[in-house]
Design a protein around this ligand. Structure first.
Ligand SMILES: [Zn+2]
Length: 424
């Protein structure tokens, strides 16, 4: 068997003939020629036999390693003139447009990114983390199930920070399937408008309920004409409890500020460390934190009352109460909070009263804390890894590739002889 024939089998790249194989230091360079006489636009389905010119330099792509050898595929490409996109370098059947990596290589990285930490991937595939980010963004664009936006009836909208310093992504999840189905950079009503534009009128009109936080931005987008004004807007109990946690934190901070003015600074210092034992769920406390919490309880005062209110609210949404029971307890909570003398909790009671119908709608639909927290918890874990990325799209891709509707097929799992092209 000739070396070129052997490499044609080894590389298994579609649509090419292997012309030459060169061995360098730890790198194999395989020069290929495209078999098809037609030139394809990289941005659309346009094909032509007319060349515009020849690209002066050869293009190259990193392919899957061959043992310890790094493998590079090289090809001289032509340029074409697309009526829509102008003069472009022709697309190749084995790599995504604009990529320096073959599709096989990218598919592997796309799957690794869902299962491996940054350090391990970077070491194994020998590319930097930002390159991983760009690769997974392309894999997401290519592989997201186009049907994921069909049959959406009850969806949840939420925001997540993808980078330190107020940089957010808006995410839409399908409550019934428990999957993320859509995402975009930003967190205002315009961000969610893009979702409805993509969904189109017919599918938007089929949406029955949308759960969200208590801010006005997402609700505004849902209610707009042509979006989903028919949908019931539900407020996630998760976010209601989150507001109570924030109110508690405000009370705690005020108490701490007052203690700092006392002659003994150790008291204030010790109290600052109490933050987590107050904000965490009681079952998650360490032994030491539990002791601190008992001390706060013995001391009583504003902080303890705020804590008791927060916990009472959390208990209401534990998921084991009927809608009527929740309604009654919620009203009781509001009257207690409004008489608490704690300003943040008086505000909270008003906010809850204002959103009462939407909160109860969420309870009615079974949108409970546990489910939201589970998905949210996963998103937050994924985002910790995404902090190193420089683009929101890469961060979004990490979420979608991990918990979105994507079927990862690794190069060796593809049935032999099956074309890897989604459009060709
Ligand atoms: Zn085109």
């Amino acid at each position: 068997m000739r070396v070129t024939t052997a490499f044609k089998h080894l590389l298994a790249l579609p649509g090419v003939t292997v012309r030459q194989v060169d061995f360098g230091s730890r790198q194999v360079t395989v020069t290929v020629a495209l078999r098809s006489g037609r030139l394809r636009c990289p941005a659309c389905a346009y094909t032509t036999t007319a060349r515009y010119d020849t690209r002066p330099v050869a293009s190259s792509w990193r392919h899957l390693d061959l043992g310890i050898w790094r493998l590079e595929v090289r090809a001289g490409l032509l340029r074409l003139q697309c009526p829509t996109h102008g003069v472009r370098t022709e697309a190749v059947p084995f790599a995504r447009a604009g990529s320096d990596f073959t599709r096989d290589f990218e598919d592997l990285v796309g799957w690794l990114a869902t299962a491996m930490d940054k350090t391990a991937i970077v070491r194994l595939v020998r590319i930097d983390w930002d390159s991983v980010g760009r690769i997974i963004a392309r894999v997401m664009d290519d592989k997201l199930d186009p049907k994921r936006l069909d049959n959406l009836f009850v969806v949840g909208v939420d925001e997540v920070a993808w980078k330190k310093g107020q940089q957010y992504i808006t995410l839409v999840s399908d409550h019934q399937r428990g999957k993320m189905v859509w995402g975009a950079e930003g967190r205002d009503s315009k961000t969610l408008d893009q979702f409805f534009t993509e969904l189109g009128n017919e599918r938007s009109a089929a949406i029955e309920a949308v759960s969200m936080d208590l801010g006005p931005a997402y609700a505004k987008s849902v209610r707009a004409q042509g979006h989903a004004p028919q949908a019931i807007i539900c407020y996630d109990p998760f976010h209601v409890v989150q507001l109570a946690t924030k109110a508690l934190d405000t009370v705690r901070r005020q108490a701490w500020q007052e203690m700092r003015l006392l002659p003994d600074p150790t008291l204030a210092k010790r109290f600052k460390g109490a933050r987590w034992c107050l904000l965490k769920n009681p079952v998650d406390l360490t032994d030491k934190q539990a002791v601190t919490l008992r001390k706060i309880r013995r001391r009583g005062g504003d902080v303890w009352r705020a804590y008791a209110l927060k916990e009472a609210l959390r208990e209401i949404f534990a998921g084991d109460l009927s809608e009527d029971e929740v309604a009654a307890l919620l009203d009781r909570f509001c009257s207690k909070a409004s008489r608490s003398g704690l300003k943040p909790f008086i505000t909270l009671s008003r906010t809850i009263a204002k959103h009462r119908a939407g909160i109860l709608a969420a309870v009615h639909l079974g949108i409970n804390n546990a489910r939201h927290e589970a998905l949210n918890g996963r998103v937050r874990l994924i985002m910790k890894r995404a902090y190193g990325f420089h683009s929101a799209k890469s961060a979004l891709a990490l979420i979608m590739l991990t918990i979105g509707p994507i079927d990862h097929v690794l190069p060796h799992e593809r049935p032999p002889g099956v074309s890897i092209l989604s459009s060709a």
